[in-house]
Ligand binder design. Structure first.
Ligand code: ADP
Length: 190
């Protein structure tokens, strides 16, 4: 079983690329952002707690997403592996993921980091706001807060996976197909 992590700032195109990767390599795509938005839409207790945090551009507590990931691993059968999108997002989550995988006698296969400059992040999120209507995509101060949260809490994770020899970087600028081409070129050799 393979466990890939898709890494990059909000708006890097993780969701778009994840769909193509899951399809090509028979992976189950798990997006913690999507799982949380489904909880909000269903009006669950977890969704109610997550809503205000997400809409301010903050992260939800580590334990919440860790629990969601573990139960998704347990309930999914018949796949070649998993593609994690939006998780881990903090060093604590990365440590927890290693624990969850150790209990499954597995480990992270590889991390793929999609790199784009901050200016392009804002442009892509504004474009997505028009198409998807996500509440956290419309306000400038929320977008700024998400970018800040990414640089402060998530970007340091790159070091964690570099030390483990599992870090790979690709250029996320250009068309969807150009970026997919770079990712497939890398993953075909992993
Ligand atoms: P983006 O593409 O903007 O990064 P996501 O759909 O991945 O969007 O996440 C949206 C929001 O959901 C995040 O800003 C955060 O509040 C919450 N979230 C998603 N994944 C996590 C996580 N692993 N840990 C904490 N909060 C998360």
């Amino acid at each position: 079983m393979k466990y890939f992590i898709l890494f990059g700032p909000p708006g890097a195109g993780k969701g778009t690329q994840a769909a193509a990767m899951a399809d090509r390599y028979g992976l189950c795509h798990i997006s913690t952002g999507e799982l949380l938005r489904a909880e909000i839409a269903a009006g669950t207790e977890l969704g109610l707690k997550a809503k205000s945090l997400i809409e301010s551009g903050a992260l939800v507590p580590d334990e919440v997403v860790e629990g969601m990931i573990e139960s998704k691993f347990e309930s999914t059968k018949g796949v070649e592996g998993f593609l994690l999108d939006g998780f881990p997002r903090t060093t604590a989550q990365a440590v927890a993921l290693d624990g969850i995988l150790a209990r499954r006698s597995a480990e992270v296969t590889s991390l793929i980091s999609i790199m784009i400059p901050d200016e392009l992040i804002k442009e892509r999120i504004r474009h997505r706001a028009v198409i998807e209507g996500r509440a956290d995509d419309t306000k400038d101060e929320v977008i700024e807060n998400r970018i800040r949260t990414y640089h402060d809490k998530t970007e340091p994770l790159a070091e964690f996976y570099k030390k483990a020899g599992k870090y790979n970087e690709i250029d996320g600028t250009g068309s969807i197909e150009e970026v997919s081409g770079r990712i497939f070129g890398l993953m075909d050799n992993l």
